[in-house]
Design a protein around this ligand. Structure first.
Ligand SMILES: NC(=O)c1ccc[n+]([C@@H]2O[C@H](COP(=O)([O-])OP(=O)(O)OC[C@H]3O[C@@H](n4cnc5c(N)ncnc54)[C@H](O)[C@@H]3O)[C@@H](O)[C@H]2O)c1
Length: 279
């Protein structure tokens, strides 16, 4: 495929070549240099190959987001390609399939590293979107722990009391990691604003990807699906609906939106808070 090389294109970075990452790449990638990052070499190569066959100028950068140096390398590589206009961080692991340590390393620290590494290359108009989760809205965490999750240096996060108290509870670890994503982004907004750049989270509900399939296989009582019926959504969301939200948050219509979260969950969290009968 021929691509003109005489003018630098805007660069879009997508971490995670899974369900959401692929949809976001397709939604945002046209006419831009697309940098895709994933820890699974096989998945990364396959997705990049598919995107190139569809005419995207895509390049894969093998990256483990739980490794600070690897994330820094990704940010530098992307900046070398041109002006980074959007970064959408979808790489993550699920409570159903990962250990507590892996959830903390990837979902908690990985997001901290992405925010940190890309801040250095953020310029006027750059927009970073981190994919958190509706789970982050449902975590019950004290104001003190939340403040620490928002601002403590990365190397101190795993030593926080709230983290030490998780034991082997992977669901609690996922909730905490995703709440940390929300508050970390809020705290980072000031520094990004000073650069003329923006940073937000998207909190998906149940979205039909491999991850949701793994979660539903570990849920024999079909608790999640019943909840989707009860809240009125009646269906899971699609990766394309997350891509639409990412397009809004990285596009010109959200220039005054920063340091906040966009819940894309079909009304699940609102139903849990205002209608679900507890106990
Ligand atoms: N699918 C859902 O229902 C749902 C709901 C709420 C939140 N989320 C969140 O959305 C994000 C994307 O999930 P998805 O549904 O696209 O999942 P997915 O499993 O389809 O894709 C996740 C991708 O992340 C990659 N990855 C895992 N660990 C990595 C690491 N250390 N470094 C780099 N890449 C790594 C995987 O290889 C995979 O390609 C995740 O953060 C997830 O927690 C998903």
């Amino acid at each position: 495929m021929h691509h003109r090389t005489d003018d630098a294109r805007d660069v879009v970075v997508v971490t995670g070549a899974g369900g959401m990452g692929s949809a976001v790449a397709r939604r945002l990638g046209s006419g831009r240099t697309l940098i895709l990052a994933d820890a699974s070499r096989e998945r990364l190569d396959r997705t990049v190959e598919e995107l190139r066959a569809e005419g995207y100028e895509a390049r894969g950068v093998p990256t483990d987001v739980s490794d600070r140096a690897s994330v820094r390398n990704l940010a530098r590589t992307a900046a070398d390609e041109g002006r980074i206009t959007a970064i959408v961080h979808t790489a993550g692991v699920a409570a159903a399939t990962a250990s507590v340590r892996r959830i903390l390393d990837v979902d908690l620290l990985g997001t901290v590293y992405v925010i940190e590494a890309f801040e250095e290359f953020a310029v006027r108009g750059t927009s970073l979107v981190c994919v958190a989760s509706v789970a982050g809205h449902l975590a019950s965490i004290s104001a003190e722990d939340e403040a620490a999750l928002a601002t403590a240096p990365a190397e101190e996060l795993l030593a926080l009391d709230a983290v030490a108290a998780l034991g082997n509870d992977t669901t609690a670890a996922y909730l905490l990691a995703k709440r940390a994503n929300l508050v970390r982004v809020q705290a980072a907004a000031l520094a990004w604003n000073r650069r003329g750049a923006r940073i937000n989270t998207i909190s998906p509900g149940v979205i039909s990807t491999t991850m949701a399939k793994a979660e539903s296989e570990s849920d024999p009582d079909r608790h999640m699906l019943k909840m989707l019926d009860a809240c009125g959504a009646g269906r899971p969301g699609t990766p394309a609906e997350i891509a639409d939200a990412a397009a809004f948050l990285t596009g010109p219509e959200s220039q005054y939106v920063t340091g906040t979260d966009l819940l894309v969950d079909g009304g699940q969290a609102a139903w849990i808070r205002r209608h679900m009968r507890h106990g």
